[in-house]
Ligand binder design. Structure first.
Ligand SMILES: Cc1cc2nc3c(=O)[nH]c(=O)nc-3n(C[C@H](O)[C@H](O)[C@H](O)COP(=O)(O)OP(=O)(O)OC[C@H]3O[C@@H](n4cnc5c(N)ncnc54)[C@H](O)[C@@H]3O)c2cc1C
Length: 373
């Protein structure tokens, strides 16, 4: 079998693009990306753009460490992408706020942070528990309904559409062969590589990385892997541009580098439904206005809804096939936050042909363990 590429990434969303970028940063391998294209479902075009660490990892402390490592690598990712693509992705890490509008919310937030850090092996990073006055010192525009917040200086945000564009420009400049309108129907493994087929024809490759978002659930079984991901609906509101008033990302409200304010982001299990619904976005808007009353004077210019790529326990799946070595799967629901880890840690490991032992916890085999009665 003559390979058309040494490594082929299926899916050119944020996960696939970050991996392809990381693979191509070292010369010597022909890397291709086969992508369904712009009209496909793409969480990468619709997300809230947080690079977030605090409160993540309850149930899997390794995920907290993985998120933290990625956030620590983000400045380097932003710099290398800018150097190669010429595009500034507006990454900032001023720290972020988990805002609370009642004592009950405050208690729940504090409990989550404590539970997360009480887990064996969890990273013990610092965070501050702030009352209303403490929050107001850093966020003078808050309203009287804000009871307090948790602040963590590890959190940040980015311009995620620009990140998407920059990764694509950078990977093309590094020689990645990007093929849009190449939806993959089947992957046929063989002793000397993989045959990938679609309506456009056939492609042969030495290794294959499944980064097709929700379609990983279907593709994984073809190469002896499992990725039981399902859609999780998220709705977002964006306002007209405003004078800067919010210098930090808040988990559900952030002002972009261009001035618009994003209000996010609901979570609903409604299959592939992506309708924007007033009952949900009106609750989101009311909460945002209680946090920052000046938002009531801004016009909403856009709303949208998209499907997150969600595993059963919410944690990423990274794995190499035991049955068909050379086939890898990579999927997660925080592809912005984890872009640095994907480019800097996961991609070199895939290139070397072996995932590091500390990623073994992200194997989908964890999902097969029967629950205790
Ligand atoms: C509302 C919302 C808010 C979010 N907020 C954040 C946030 O603040 N921070 C954060 O870190 N993450 C956030 N996320 C998650 C983040 O956007 C996703 O983790 C990330 O975009 C997933 O990228 P992906 O490449 O796996 O999937 P996708 O973006 O869905 O891309 C999949 C790609 O695979 C291609 N494809 C699919 N099937 C095939 C096939 N058969 N053949 C070839 N190509 C195929 C598609 O064309 C597409 O390009 C949010 C998501 C949503 C929906």
């Amino acid at each position: 079998m003559t390979a058309a590429a040494d490594i082929t990434v299926i899916g050119g969303g944020l996960v696939g693009a970050a991996i392809a970028f990381g693979l191509a940063q070292q010369p010597g391998m022909r890397v291709a990306v086969l992508d369904e294209g712009d009209i496909a479902r793409r969480a990468s075009r619709a997300n809230f753009a947080l690079v977030w660490v605090s409160s993540k990892g309850v149930g899997m402390p390794e995920y907290a460490t993985w998120s933290m490592d990625s956030a620590d690598g983000w400045a380097g990712l932003a710099a290398s992408v800018r150097e190669i693509s010429g595009i500034d992705v507006a990454y900032e890490r001023p720290g972020g706020f988990l805002m609370c509008l009642s004592d009950a919310e405050m208690d729940a937030r504090i409990r989550t942070m404590k539970v997360m850090q009480a887990q064996t092996g969890a990273p013990q990073y610092a965070y501050e528990i702030l009352d209303h006055a403490g929050v107001r010192k850093r966020l003078p525009a808050i309203g009287p309904d804000v009871v307090g917040a948790i602040y963590c200086d590890l959190d940040g945000h980015v311009n995620s559409l620009r990140l998407f564009r920059a990764l694509h420009v950078a990977m093309a400049r590094l020689g990645v062969s990007y093929r849009p309108e190449h939806p993959v129907d089947t992957i046929v493994p063989g002793q000397d590589g993989f045959r990938i087929r679609g309506p456009w024809g056939e492609f042969t490759t030495g290794r294959v990385v499944l980064a097709a978002g929700l379609d990983n659930a279907r593709l994984a079984a073809m190469v002896g892997l499992s990725a039981p991901v399902v859609p999780s609906k998220g709705q977002i509101i964006i306002t007209e541009k405003a004078a800067p008033f919010l210098n930090y990302p808040v988990q559900t409200v952030r002002q972009t580098d261009e001035g618009g304010v994003m209000v996010g982001d609901s979570q609903e299990d409604l299959g592939f439904d992506t309708q924007v619904t007033y009952p949900v976005i009106s609750v989101m808007a009311q909460r945002a206005v209680r946090m920052f009353p000046l938002l009531a004077g801004l016009n909403v210019v856009r709303t949208w809804s998209a499907s997150r790529v969600m595993s059963p326990d919410g944690f990423p799946i990274y794995e190499q096939s035991r049955e068909w070595p050379g086939a890898f799967v990579a999927t997660c629901h925080s592809g912005v936050t984890l872009a640095a880890a994907h480019a800097q840690i996961l991609a070199p490991a895939i290139r070397a042909g072996r995932l590091p032992d500390d990623l073994a916890c992200f194997s989908a085999r964890r999902l097969n363990v029967p629950k205790a009665a």
